[in-house]
Design a protein around this ligand. Sequence first.
Ligand SMILES: Nc1ncnc2c1ncn2[C@@H]1O[C@H](COP(=O)(O)OP(=O)(O)OP(=O)(O)O)[C@@H](O)[C@H]1O
Ligand SMILES: [Mg+2]
Length: 296
Amino acid sequence: MSFTVPHAELDRLEHRVQAALRTADDSALDILGHGEVTLVLRLRTDDGAYACKRLPVFPDRARFENYRRGLDDYLRRLADSGLNVADTRLWHAHRPGGRVVAYCVQRELPERRLCSRLLHTEDETWAKDFFSRFLDQVDRTVSPSLGLDAQASNWVDTGGELVYVDVTTPLMRDERGREKLDVRLFFTSLPWVLRDAVRLSMSKSIFDKFYGTRGVLLDFLGNLHKERLDALIPAFLEQANGRLTEPITAAEVAAYYRGDARMWELIQRLRAADRFWHFKVLRRPYPFLLPPPVDR
Ligand SMILES: Nc1ncnc2c1ncn2[C@@H]1O[C@H](COP(=O)(O)OP(=O)(O)OP(=O)(O)O)[C@@H](O)[C@H]1O
Ligand SMILES: [Mg+2]
């Protein structure tokens, strides 16, 4: 499903986003979905609808170009490993002071085919078949230098084929195990009280899980608690453990989820407070679109 980015429409979308940030009111935006970090916006055009993922504003062109190279590399390596990645384009525009605003743009895929949704609407036979296809994809993709954030909400099942959509945070490491991503830039949406602590002490552990099959599976299974899909965990554990040398237990999944949920809850609360501080006290727009509170 190849496409060309609708430039004029994206320009208008960005103006709407800026108005939303200025007024701290995103009710005029058409929201397609969200993750822990940001919102995904729907853009309707005469040529179909798009999913638009706004990136943190880049302070200069070099930082943007660096991101672009990383994203291209990531998309290529995922495809080379046999993963079906949603066709993704990078759109950007220049802002005053040399800054660059950019979006990852994909075709809008049918929401009812989102795997986190299908796991609710389809039966257990479908779920098991999905999970076995999922395990194949994860197994052949993940390595110490190539990571995947494989939560159910990051996959769309289009006609029996799993398509991966969550590519805005390219997960790649160099030979020494350091993130290639501009972690500092991607953490600018965290409140300043957290930023340094997070960057220094948490980032390694936040990212570690994405680079090994066991960690990716633990994260996927833990998130089933958040999705209220706990009932599927025993069957999935059996399937997963067939492929792991060190099996995962249900207790480990629950403990992992409690830790993960606490971390994201704290981050979300602090970000909401930070936004309040910016807007009400400093009277400056808060520069990020925040996802709604998640019930954990
Ligand atoms: N191409 C698409 N078509 C339809 N819906 C999409 C598409 N891409 C994303 N979405 C919706 O938006 C949600 C979040 O998208 P995505 O996973 O790409 O971002 P994210 O989770 O916010 O990323 P991050 O975890 O890096 O913050 C998805 O779970 C899905 O509901
Ligand atoms: Mg996601």
